[in-house]
Design a protein around this ligand. Structure first.
Ligand SMILES: NC(=O)c1ccc[n+]([C@@H]2O[C@H](COP(=O)([O-])OP(=O)(O)OC[C@H]3O[C@@H](n4cnc5c(N)ncnc54)[C@H](O)[C@@H]3O)[C@@H](O)[C@H]2O)c1
Length: 356
């Protein structure tokens, strides 16, 4: 039985949740993370604290490699050493911010697109049967969601209830003819390549196109980590800049735990070249205004916000993921956290760390 799971981005939000989860299921976890988030977002973004916590908690089941996913030979050596013991690959290392990507397009593309083909090729050479899970993004649809016929309500934008995507946008939305941002484009390249390794080489690959992924493991920074950064700002009484759309833009939020149980379901019954929109859906979503209201209620503190009347380029005005395709393939999977539960847990987990 192949009992090793390779997880890239293992000190990040999704990677660290995956490490804990699969180690608890009895798998040996090989983590790859070079703390590049610290380079992207500065001290707030460094995932070193999370790595230290992980090593302490998971113990011998976890082995860390500070390999850069751009280092093709380094990855190949790592996989060659593990060989057919690899029973699962979760590729969650990335440059995750669309604002940051425009600062260094080469770095963004090298990490997101080239890093992904490096991982795919190492897997194909050394562990071709291992399910390969890739964390893509809803930004592959570019700004097409902004052409939906949204109506403005008091605290949010919303789709009319009789719209076919009221329950969430599904995978039939086109990825063409839209503004993706540099980040969205590098993720599209990776997303298509993961599908292609599935179709062309018959590998069990899956692309999970996330909405807002969140949880207490996020190293919350201004440029990335929506709900965790909302909570951090309220707790530390920092001013949060809201960019455009009157703060009524809607995001669906999925807790990292709920995403990892979806990965587990795929691992148990893998398919080839799948794509899934994945998020909190109708069960777990909020606008910025609503998120601040909930965070204030939880903390008893006032939210300090500054409104900038300019939306981020390519930013979504409304996104709720349609998870029907995944639920049809994996009917036992269920979401367990909604936005208030997520914010409360982020608050409790960081109560000692984030103080005003
Ligand atoms: N968080 C979200 O809201 C969200 C939404 C949609 C998609 N995603 C995707 O999910 C994935 C995981 O996101 P996350 O929120 O856990 O991000 P994260 O930044 O918390 O974790 C990513 C980890 O990868 C590491 N890393 C970055 N570049 C690396 C490199 N070159 N080599 C080795 N390690 C490297 C970072 O140090 C970090 O620890 C990413 O692919 C991201 O694009 C995230």
């Amino acid at each position: 039985m192949s009992s090793v799971v390779v997880i890239t981005g293992s000190a990040g939000l999704i990677g660290s949740e995956a490490v804990r989860h699969f180690a608890a299921l009895g798998m040996d976890v090989v983590g790859v993370d070079n703390d590049m988030r610290g380079y992207f977002f500065g001290a707030d973004g460094s995932t070193q604290w999370n790595l230290q916590r992980l090593v302490k908690e998971v113990g011998d089941r976890y082995t860390h490699h500070s390999v850069d996913i751009r280092d093709r030979d380094g990855l190949d050596k790592l996989f060659a050493g593990l060989g057919s013991n690899v029973g699962l690959v979760i590729h969650a290392a990335a440059q995750p911010s669309h604002d940051w990507a425009a600062r260094e397009p080469f770095t963004d593309f090298d990490v997101n697109a080239v890093g992904t083909i490096n991982m795919l090729e190492a897997t194909r050479r050394h562990a071709i049967d291992a399910p390969f899970i890739f964390t893509s993004t809803n930004k592959v649809y570019g700004d097409t969601p902004n052409s939906l016929p949204l109506v403005e309500l008091e605290t949010r934008y919303e789709l009319p209830e009789d719209h076919r995507w009221y329950g969430g946008i599904d995978e039939t939305m086109t990825i063409d003819n839209s503004m993706h941002s540099v980040f969205g484009a590098s993720k599209v390249a990776a997303d298509i390549m993961v599908q292609e390794y599935g179709r062309y080489f018959d590998m069990p690959t899956a692309v999970f196109r996330g909405g807002t992924l969140t949880g207490p493991g996020h190293s919350a920074a201004e440029l990335h980590g929506f709900l965790a950064y909302v909570m951090r700002c309220v707790m530390e009484q920092r001013t949060y800049k809201i960019f455009g759309y009157k703060g009524k833009m809607v995001r669906d939020a999925i807790h990292s735990h709920d995403l990892i149980t979806a990965f587990e379901a795929f691992h148990k019954a893998p398919r080839v070249a799948e794509i899934y929109n994945m998020g909190g859906g109708r069960f777990s979503n909020c606008s910025h205004i609503e998120a601040f209201k909930i965070a204030s209620e939880i903390t008893g503190l006032e939210a300090r916000t500054e409104y900038v009347d300019q939306a981020r380029q390519g930013d979504h005005q409304w996104w709720i993921s349609g998870t029907g395709r995944f639920e049809e393939h994996y009917p036992d999977w269920k979401l367990t956290y909604d936005v208030p539960a997520i914010l409360r847990e982020i608050y409790e987990a960081n109560n000692e760390v984030w103080k005003s």
